[in-house]
Each structure stands twice: as C-alpha cells, then as structure tokens.
Write a protein that binds this ligand. Structure first.
Ligand code: GTP
Ligand code: MG
Length: 414
C-alpha cells in the first residue's frame, strides 16, 4: 500500500524533547513522549533518543533551558561524528516562532513540534479533495503567525536605526522583509481560496446530507487508533482503511447500516488527540459536522491503552468544544482482548485507579459509573459484537421514534 512505501522512503531518525513541569508529572511526560514517538513512527521517523527537563514552565526563548539545549547539541554532534545523522528534533509542545528560530540556529537540524508533526501526518494521509484542502489550510494557519514573527523581527531591526524612517518606509525595507511580506500576501490569498473551496464542499455536503432521507445518524467518535474504523467495517461491512498508525482516518465515511430491518447511518470520523490546537480542530470543521449533526455518539475507547482514562477526558473536552457534550451517547470499550494490568511506577503519586484491576472489576466500576451506558467488546476478535448490534438497535429505534414519530421506520427501507 502507498503508505508503507512513504514510510520506508522517509525513514529518518528523530530526537524527542519534552518537559516535566508542575502541571505535567514525570509519568505524564513519559506517556506524552510515547505518544509523540508513535506519531513520529506514523510519519516515518525512527526515534533514537529522548531528552526531558524539569522546568517550572517552558523557556520563552528556547523551550528547554540553555544547558539542556547544549546537551542536545552535543548529542547531535557526537552522532554526526559517528556518521549517524540526526534527521530532526521534535518538541512535544507547540513552539513559538521565536523558540523555533532560536533552537534551529543552535541545533542546525530540522525542528518540528507536536503540531507540525501532526500536520505532516495529516498531509500524508489526506486522500479526498476535502481532506487535502482542510490540511493545506491548517498548514498555512500554522505557518502564518510564524512568518509574521520573523517579519516583525526584521522590521524591528530595520527600524532600529532611529533615522525617523518609520514603519515600512523606503530605504528601510530590507529584501528579506519584502519577500516575507510577499509570502504573507500569497499565503493569505491562498488561504482565502482554500476557505472558499471548503465552503463550496460544505454546501455540497449539506445537500448530500439532506438527501439522505429519514434515518437516524450515528457517529463513531474517539481518540485516535482506538478501533473506530475497525468497528465501522464490522458493522457496515465496508472497507475503511484501518491500521495501527495514528490518524488512519482523516475524512468522514458514512455508511448505511441495517440491524434487524432498521436502517441508520453510521459515520466514521477523524480521531482526537492530546494537545491538538483548537485551530486545527477548526480546520476540520466539515469533517466534524458529521459529529455535530449526529443523533447518537458512539464513543469508542481503547481499554488496553494505559492512559485510556485521560483519552476519554480529551475526547469529552473536544466534544464540549464542538457543542456536542449533551448529545445522546454511549461508550464502547474496545480491545478487551488486549487488556492487561497496569502497574504504576512507584514514584508516581497520582491516585491509582486501574492498578490491580481485573477486567471484571474494571467493567463493574465503569458500568456503575456510566449507569450501564457502555459495552465491552473486541472488534478485532469479534467478542460481544452481537451485543453491540443489539444495543445500537435499541438506541437507534428509540431515537428514530422520537425523531420521526409519524413514520414507521420500516417504511424507510429501500
Ligand atoms: N487488539 C485489538 N486491536 C484492535 C481491536 N480493534 C482494532 N484494533 C487495532 O487497532 C488499530 C487501530 O484501529 P483503527 O480501526 O484504524 O482505529 P481508528 O480509531 O479508526 O484510528 P484512526 O482512524 O487512526 O483515528 C488497528 O491496528 C486495529 O487492528 C481490538 O478489538 N483488539
Ligand atoms: Mg480510523
């Protein structure tokens, strides 16, 4: 498949950098870096080293402190000596233009941050015109403030002569500045074009949705890589691309599913992730319309992931941002076949929640907490899938009667 070829060609090495702060414990930072490594892997880069530093807050100038930056630099130089070139350094948080510029100057290699890495994966994954347009717009959104920072910086240098020329006056305008202003203008007009295109696609999609008939709409939502597409394929007998990489799905796929003569629409959507800037979420607005307009949200959780509770919280927060928090929903705990105990590190002082919990204990806890509004399955091993169908049937039927009280749902069958 195409994706594999891209990964092989791009096999570069990466160094990861994260901070341990008052808000982010050492254990949390490790989890974040594990995820960042998975992201890097998805993009086709092999992680060779991680650096972490304890700081109260990121340095405004270089994200990490001076000493740490020097340590990273020495590492890169030593690797170069040994003819193992470091391809890139990836920072776990979004870097400002200033931080990026300073770090780049010091380290002399490609610098990425979590956001640009995610954007890179999005660009690699985008298949449809809609996804491609959304990704391109998101990329420019990311670039623009960074260009502007650089531009302002040059402008200040030029204006610092005190000759009274003022902002942007002739003679003070360096070639770089003109170039940047031009770049900025080109990008802005390109962005306007992309927005127009998206609006057009939006209109088409809205029309399409209107023509779908009277069917209840269900959306699969959840953190990335939890098994949404696998469940979609199972229920809709479709073939949505699913694999053990992050963001396998970028564009929404909608399929008609029939359970016991009751047809409904099932949508598979882009996965959510931590530290995803709202701006980026915005760019995927039309993808997320399917979520916004759904009658029922099926929140899929990977119960075998050590950090699934935080993932649930991230998804819930994103749903709130999309104004979808009050929609009817249910949780599907997936990958029960892969569930193992998680022993926390001894120095991790956060309250133990799943330590020593058997799957049965865990089920009981969550069923009590969610008022039975959840189900435990394995989409891959096909465990409890019939029960999931039954549950969906009951919910969809209930919603159908509410939504179309004067229509017998069977009438909707083609
Ligand atoms: N062990 C196990 N693996 C599963 C199960 N369901 C899905 N997977 C695997 O989890 C990986 C991700 O599955 P996807 O269906 O692509 O997940 P997704 O939520 O659609 O992911 P994105 O589209 O990337 O957000 C794949 O390698 C699946 O084979 C399961 O029940 N058990
Ligand atoms: Mg998917």
């Amino acid at each position: 498949m195409k994706e594999f070829v891209i990964s092989e060609v791009k096999a570069e090495t990466a160094v990861l950098v994260g901070l341990i702060t008052q808000q982010q414990s050492e254990a949390k930072t490790k989890e974040y870096l594990d995820e960042l490594e998975f992201l890097a892997d998805t993009a086709g880069a092999v992680t060779v080293k991680r650096f972490t530093q304890r700081l109260n807050a990121p340095s405004m100038v270089t994200y990490v402190g001076k000493g740490k930056l020097e340590e990273i630099k020495q590492y890169i130089l030593a690797e170069e000596e040994a003819e193992r070139e470091v391809g890139m350094v990836i920072f776990d948080d979004e870097l400002s233009a200033k931080q990026m510029r300073n770090i780049e100057k010091e380290l002399n290699v490609k610098i990425l941050d979590r956001t640009s890495l995610i954007l890179d994966i999005f660009a690699m994954r985008a298949q449809t015109a809609n996804a491609k347009t959304q990704v391109e717009l998101a990329q420019y959104r990311y670039m623009l403030p960074r260009l502007q920072r650089l531009w302002t910086h040059l402008e200040r240098q030029g204006g610092g002569s005190g000759s009274g020329g003022g902002k942007g006056s002739v003679g003070l305008r360096g070639p770089g500045e003109t170039q940047l202003e031009m770049d900025r203008r080109i990008i802005l007009s390109r962005m306007a074009l992309l927005k127009e295109r998206l609006a057009e696609i939006d209109k088409q999609k809205t029309t399409q949705r209107k023509n779908r008939g009277r069917m209840v709409r269900v959306a699969l939502v959840g953190y990335t890589n939890v098994g949404k597409s696998t469940i979609m394929n199972l229920l809709a007998k479709s073939e949505v691309f699913a694999e053990n990489k992050l963001f396998a799905t970028l564009d929404t796929t909608v399929r008609k599913v029939v359970v016991e003569n009751l047809p409904f629409l099932l949508a598979d959507t882009v996965g959510f992730i931590r530290k995803l800037p709202t701006d980026l979420v915005d760019s995927f607005k039309s993808t997320l319309d399917e979520v916004r307009e759904a009658d029922l949200l099926v929140h899929v959780v990977d119960i075998s992931h050590p950090d699934f509770e935080e993932q649930i919280a991230v998804v819930e927060k994103t749903l709130t941002e999309l104004d979808c928090a009050d929609k009817p929903s249910m949780i599907v705990f997936n990958k029960i076949d892969n569930y193992t105990f998680v022993k926390k590190d001894e120095d991790d002082l956060t309250p133990a929640t799943k330590e020593n919990l058997t799957l049965d204990d865990l089920k009981r806890t969550w069923m009590a907490r969610l008022n039975d509004n959840c189900i435990f399955i394995s989409a891959r091993e096909k465990i409890n899938v019939d029960e999931l169908r039954d549950r969906l049937y009951a919910k969809v039927r209930e919603l159908h009667v509410q939504k179309y009280p004067y229509n017998d749902f069977l009438y909707e069958m083609e």
